[in-house]
Design a protein around this ligand. Structure first.
Ligand code: GLC
Length: 421
């Protein structure tokens, strides 16, 4: 192949990549699902590690896992109604249990449980029906497999005599190959747990693994919750429990906000996997505000649910989804397909933007009936209330553009639509 042909090929690949990254950014709102046999112990997905549970004893949970009320269609219908556009599902979490009919290990939902149904397959089908993109969470760390070389998470240590990195690496790649060949187009692989080995000299061989993913599904994006800046072929940058640029939860470390698509994942309460005691739910309004703020910071919002062991979503989660859905139905056009606006976040809220249209999201109380957009080189042509088109007065000043507000309705997010000249 001539050099020219190769260069054009590289160019077309990057155009494709650019396009799928943009499509991902346009979706803005996704649902994260943490579901596995840990749900039965109802104390989060780290329960095996946190309670020092013996791995053989833990594995026996599988024999009792029968989520009799699980209905993938009911879930995805609700996600769609909530306004979500994609679903990220824990195909295999740190406990090492696979939620699909993997041939790489019998420790999976079809072979090891009386339920015998391929949950991933059912979810993939239901997502297709609702036109929701499916992403797979996949854990790099494994507390169950004896060939996994234990790192920092020492509560479920493996005997160094049985660890075998080559064997474990081949196992992961076999599984990833299944996930990317058996369930149709997959939107993204979302890795987690790599921080178990912080040592610089531990080689996760990501380059080869990422290349495998791109070879199997060139349109599948790669994200990795390694709490650092994106590396290699990674397509988007992840933030755990924080918006980009914040580090209140302590997971954002030194990472800088990159130019890549951004995604913030967050729990509704304090736990990812189902917890029977954690009732510390954020309100629906609060979660709407976080979703909108994420959009204003140019990030997608991935909102987590920990389904119950019987296969139902927690009642609180259902209520919250309905609440978000009623907001998104009316206001979704100010969020989907937008990017963080040209006005950076202010004390009163954030902006999102689509072309020349700037959506001003007033999320906090405005005291003196006016807001200032620090726009110096751009001018406004028009400002209206998004809800009813009422025209608003504005004035050009040295520091920007001042908008005079009417008595604002008491809503979670009061939206103005400004047209830029
Ligand atoms: C953390 C936790 C994990 C959870 C993930 C979600 O990395 O280890 O349990 O799945 O966050 O962001």
């Amino acid at each position: 192949m001539s050099l020219f042909a190769l260069m054009t090929m590289a160019q077309s690949i990057s155009d494709d990549t650019r396009q799928i990254r943009e499509e991902f950014q346009n979706r803005k709102f996704g649902i994260f699902l943490h579901w596995g046999i840990y749900s039965m112990l109802a104390d989060g997905e780290w329960v095996m590690h946190n309670r020092h549970i013996d791995r053989d004893e833990y594995a026996k949970l599988a024999g009792g896992f029968y989520p009799s009320l699980f209905d993938a269609r009911e879930w995805t219908k609700l996600f769609k109604e909530a306004g979500a556009q994609y679903v990220t599902f824990t195909s295999r979490h740190h406990d090492g249990f696979s939620m699909w009919a993997t041939k790489a290990s019998p420790y999976n939902i079809v072979e090891a449980t009386p339920f015998k149904r391929d949950v991933v397959g059912e979810l993939a089908q239901a997502c297709r029906e609702q036109e929701l993109k499916l992403h797979f969470y996949y854990s790099h760390m494994d507390w169950q497999r004896l060939d996994y070389p234990t790192g920092g998470c020492q509560n479920c240590p493996h005997d160094p005599a049985t660890t075998n990195w080559d064997s474990y690496y081949a196992f992961m790649n076999r599984q990833l190959t299944e996930l990317l060949t058996k369930y149709g187009p997959i939107g993204a692989i979302w890795f987690d747990g790599m921080w178990d080995h912080k040592e610089k000299d531990f080689d996760w061989r990501l380059e080869e693994q990422y290349a495998l993913i791109k070879r199997l599904q060139p349109k599948c994006l790669i994200g990795n919750n390694h709490h650092g800046s994106p590396i290699g072929l990674e397509d988007f940058q992840l933030f755990e429990q924080d918006l980009p640029g914040q580090n209140t939860a302590g997971f954002s470390g030194e990472q800088k906000v990159s130019q890549l698509p951004l995604e913030t994942c967050m729990t509704m309460n304090n736990t990812w996997g189902y917890s029977i005691t954690d009732k510390n739910y954020k309100s629906g309004d609060e979660l709407i505000r976080r979703l909108v703020t994420a959009a204003g910071l140019n990030a997608n919002f991935l909102l987590n649910i920990g389904p119950r062991p019987d296969g139902k979503l927690p009642d609180e989660a259902v209520e919250i989804l309905k609440h978000i859905g009623s907001f998104m139905k009316v206001n979704g056009s100010t969020i989907y397909g937008t990017r963080g606006g040209c006005v950076p976040p202010q004390s009163w809220g954030v902006t999102t933007q689509k072309g020349k249209t700037l959506y001003i999201h007033i999320l906090n109380k405005v005291e003196d009936g006016q807001i200032l957009l620090p726009l110096t080189d751009q001018k406004l042509a028009k400002v209206v209330m998004f809800a009813d088109g009422t025209k608003l007065k504005f004035k050009r000043e040295k520091e920007g553009c001042r908008i005079f507000l009417p008595e604002l309705p008491d809503t979670t997010d009061c939206i103005l639509t400004a047209t830029l000249k």
